[in-house]
Design a binder for this molecule. Structure first.
Ligand code: 2P0
Length: 337
């Protein structure tokens, strides 16, 4: 692997069922609470990154979705530096300039977890170029917090950790996708425009202004984490669905408690949430659960047996919504050469 000076990797997004929102260390990206997510199959929603190093390149350069961007991005430079510090290639090659070309096959920064896939992919590709074999989730975390969870497939927990240097703030797999192969995700794309308040700015403002966040972190999240682990372990969809929706609702309540408020859900998002509750009530059981990230788009978790009837009803109730059906994956990151 150390002789590969061009590498292409793909990495999928992950969808949090227990949300990360707020940092206790902005620079190291250490979260205020643990979070749990499911990594999707890389077929539909993924980032693809090609990295090359060469003695013939004159300068470091990066292109995102075909457009050249400044390489002077502190998080990006941090990831490159951290990987190079662990590199197992000749020192001459460490001096070669780097070209990075990254693209998403889904809307960037529309609250569809694009940064999670982007930085997971970047750090993974870098680790192959520079021949780094160690755990890289703590490096991916320093690119974008949620990226550390996309390093693994299936159901993943990102631990806050207790060390000040963030070295134990890492992601680990709770269960592989094969543990619960019936689980499905349906994404309802409500709006694919770039969101007004980035997650980074939004959560910073929340930490500074929301008392509700402190209540959430002190009294609620650990309970959600414990129940979510139990739900995944026992394949208990009722519990999984209830906790997923409760945590999403609390996260958006915290966003609303932020001052000025960070508003991510719109009228259609709320209509989808109401629809889910009505759909479950009519069935007298949990058939589906919603979760919303920092944007209006809905991620619905359901079981394979429920997908046909659910999709049929969704297309009747929300005729213009674009939807993507996806799976929880066991192979989070692919390397192409
Ligand atoms: C999550 N989100 O757990 C939550 C839920 C959005 C809502 O992780 O500042 O893009 O780069 O660490 O990772 C979005 O946060 O923020 C996010 P940074 P990131 O998936």
């Amino acid at each position: 692997m150390s002789e590969n000076f061009v590498v292409t990797a793909t990495a999928p997004v992950n969808i949090a069922t227990i949300k990360y929102w707020g940092k206790k260390d902005e620079k190291l990206i250490i979260p205020v609470n643990d979070s749990i997510s499911a990594t999707l199959s890389s077929d539909y929603m993924c980032a693809k990154t090609t990295i090359a190093i060469s003695p013939n390149f004159e300068k470091d350069q990066i292109w995102l979705n075909g457009i050249e961007e400044s390489i002077e991005n502190p998080r990006l430079l941090n990831c490159i530096r951290n990987i190079k510090n662990k590199a197992k290639i000749g020192t001459d090659k460490l001096k070669w300039k780097i070209h990075i070309c990254s693209e998403n096959n889904f809307p960037t920064a529309a609250g569809l977890a694009s940064s999670s896939a982007g930085y997971a992919c970047l750090v993974y590709a870098l680790s192959h170029i520079y021949n780094v074999k160690e755990n890289i989730s703590d490096i991916a975390r320093q690119g974008s917090g949620s990226a550390c969870r996309s390093i693994y497939g299936g159901f993943v927990q990102w631990y806050t950790g207790i060390k000040n240097d963030g070295s134990d703030s890492i992601a680990l797999q709770l269960a592989p996708a094969s543990h619960w192969p019936e689980m499905r995700v349906i994404i309802l794309v409500v709006n694919d425009k770039q969101k007004k308040t980035s997650s980074t700015i939004g959560m910073q403002r929340t930490v500074e202004t929301s008392k509700l966040l402190h209540y959430r972190v002190k009294y609620c999240v650990q309970g959600h984490i414990d129940k979510m682990i139990q739900a995944i372990k026992n394949k208990n969809f009722d519990l999984f669905a209830e906790i997923t929706m409760r945590d999403s609702n609390q996260f958006h309540a915290v966003c609303l408690d932020t001052y000025p408020p960070a508003i991510y859900m719109n009228d259609t998002s709320h209509a989808i949430a109401s629809f889910v509750h009505e759909y479950n009530a009519a069935a007298n059981s949990y058939k589906v659960a919603y979760t919303f990230d920092a944007g209006p788009n809905a991620c619905l978790f359901t079981l394979e047996k429920n997908v046909p009837a659910l999709l049929y009803t969704i297309t009747k109730v929300f005729p213009t919504s674009g939807s993507v059906k996806d799976y929880i994956t066991g192979i989070p990151i692919n390397i192409e050469n």
